[in-house]
Design a protein around this ligand. Structure first.
Ligand SMILES: Nc1ncnc2c1ncn2[C@@H]1O[C@H](COP(=O)(O)OP(=O)(O)O)[C@@H](O)[C@H]1O
Ligand SMILES: [Mg+2]
Ligand SMILES: [Zn+2]
Length: 397
């Protein structure tokens, strides 16, 4: 007879995979105010709605994953909302908002031009434009990746864009503005989306981690934010991946191990050794880095960045250019005060030259080692140059 299993055994502790919603989707902003880092755009859009000054065609440009599609959808929802708030946000309660939320609004049409770029796709869209919206004020067409439309599709679209019916609004989005022909550009109100700042990404991740009950170290989120290079979607995907790997406790260590990022500590250690002319530590640390599977070129690029960070610490006004967490910033400030600006600048120069010639080098390990050895002798060279020269000695006498 089969044994009955206890409840705790029946329900595994893991969340079932099919219920998992990726953070990028789960946390897609539904209001202008929750869009991160694009206030110049969301404020303009809110004002335009408020003053009834809406353009009929918009072009949203910018890198991927920064909120173009998100803002297009918010705009579409808000302009059809039956009772927007005084701050010009959609109410999320009216009939129009609800059908939008359920994805069955008849007033909003999305076309992904990356996969539907033929003349026929555009023709069927243009056909629909002729009919007034069944309810609501506007019919909105969001055309994503619009630069992917074929030339003939573009031409078929142009006429509609030239003389759209008063209820039609077009929101075009693209990552490649330079591929949009001037005739289209001149008919659209253009919005340039920014890359999102490291701090903004990190605090958005912190907000999500808190909502999901995931413990994080600030340095861990900062590293993810840096690696995302301005794209919030990339940051969220990385975050999900790391959480699925490391569990509900995201430490700095687990992030750098999984993203294969070289620990800051290595750079601090090498810079200290350069200052104290400790060749042994420098060469052994570099060997350890290579043995851990890191690439020599990435190392030298990272070291250049480290010197750059130390240099910006030399001036109270430029410290703002340092995009790191508070605890790491303190470490930078301390190390910067220990090193002379000429040491840092010369080291940065050597590191930069090493990077430029790295690919041509036949022995890349030696190429980096040579650069490190040169750095190790900077202090000696500076001291030597500061000695009174023989001639000035003679003159003094
Ligand atoms: N500015 C932003 N503020 C908040 N979340 C964002 C922002 N940009 C991107 N995201 C997140 O990334 C996901 C993808 O954004 P999306 O608007 O589709 O980017 P794009 O169209 O610019 O490539 C969103 O669902 C959201 O979770
Ligand atoms: Mg998009
Ligand atoms: Zn509404």
């Amino acid at each position: 007879m089969p044994q009955s299993i206890s409840k705790s055994e029946k329900i595994p502790n893991l969340a079932p995979m099919d219920n998992f919603i990726v953070s990028a989707r789960k946390y897609r902003p539904a209001t202008f105010d929750t869009v991160v880092g694009q206030a110049h755009i969301t404020n303009t859009l809110k004002n335009a709605i408020k003053n009834n000054h809406l353009a009929q065609a918009f072009l949203f440009c910018g890198p991927r994953g920064v909120g173009k599609t998100t803002c297009a959808r918010i705009l579409a929802k808000t302009i059809n909302c039956l009772s927007p708030t005084p701050a010009m946000e959609a109410c999320d309660l009216c009939e129009s908002c609800i059908s939008f939320k359920n994805g069955n609004s008849l007033n909003v049409h999305e076309l992904d031009a990356a996969s539907n770029n033929s003349v026929d796709d555009i023709r069927s869209l243009v056909e629909q434009v002729r009919f007034a919206p069944p309810s609501g004020r506007y019919k909105i067409y969001i055309i994503d990746e619009v630069h992917m439309l074929s030339t003939s599709a573009f031409n078929a679209f142009l006429k509609t864009l030239e003389e759209p019916p008063p209820y039609a609004i077009f929101i075009l989005a693209t990552t490649e503005k330079h591929k949009i022909i001037p005739t289209i550009l001149s008919r659209c109100q253009i919005f340039d989306f920014n890359r999102i700042q490291v701090e903004d990404i990190a605090s958005h991740l912190a907000f999500i981690a808190k909502s999901e009950n995931i413990a994080t170290e600030p340095e861990a989120l900062h590293i993810i934010a840096q690696k995302a290079d301005g794209a919030l979607r990339d940051a969220l995907s990385m975050f999900d991946q790391l959480v699925s790997f490391a569990g509900n406790n995201l430490s700095y260590k687990s992030v750098i191990d999984n993203l294969n990022i070289l620990d800051y500590d290595y750079y601090f250690k090498i810079a200290d050794a350069i200052r104290s002319e400790d060749m042994r530590t420098i060469l052994l640390t570099f060997d350890e880095i290579l043995n851990n599977g890191f690439d020599g070129n990435n190392f030298i690029i990272g070291l250049s960045e480290h010197f750059r960070n130390l240099l910006v610490c030399k001036d109270a006004q430029t410290v703002v250019l340092l995009k790191v967490t508070e605890s790491i910033k303190q470490k930078y400030l301390k190390q910067a005060s220990d090193c002379s600006a000429s040491l840092l600048l010369t080291a940065l120069n050597i590191a930069n030259q090493c990077d430029i010639h790295y690919k041509q080098s036949k022995n890349q390990r030696l190429h980096v080692e040579l650069a490190l050895m040169k750095m190790c002798h900077i202090n000696a060279a500076i001291n030597l140059s500061q000695l009174p020269t023989a001639t000035s000695e003679v003159k003094k006498k």
